[in-house]
Design a protein around this ligand. Sequence first.
Ligand code: DAT
Ligand code: MG
Length: 139
Amino acid sequence: MERTLAIIKPDAVQRGLVGKILARLEAAGFVILAMKMVYLSKEDAQRFYHVHRERPFFDSLTSYMASGPAVALLLQREGAIASLRELMGATNPAQAAAGTLRHEFGLDVEKNAIHGSDSPETAAWEIPFFFSGLEFRER
Ligand code: DAT
Ligand code: MG
């Protein structure tokens, strides 16, 4: 079993899509080990996305991630990291395959509805960014 970190991003929370996205994740076999609504500050978003700090979209991305509440999820499944990336689809919803979450729910390359860790190393850093050991157990 593998764990990954997902975020239902502010655009999806704001449009009332939390339940629909959770249903899609559960139907795809992900077990929700931990979940909470979070209100990231700009500084929190800058820390979370630090790998992108030199990118031209960094300022806009981090302002957007601080623009409203998001839902942080700790998900478990066999091959969770790759499976979630596949279910999410391409970063740009316009290029995401039919049936993927970003194709269905994303608005544009920034407001793309959901985040998922992109590797085991990233997941190992992103999970404790949001969840302490008190907040989940192996299932
Ligand atoms: P992903 O979220 O698919 O892992 P990423 O790690 O390359 O994509 O980028 C992180 C987020 O930054 C992405 O979800 C949305 C934003 N982003 C990426 N490329 C962008 C671009 N060209 N213009 C605006 N925002 C972008
Ligand atoms: Mg990424």
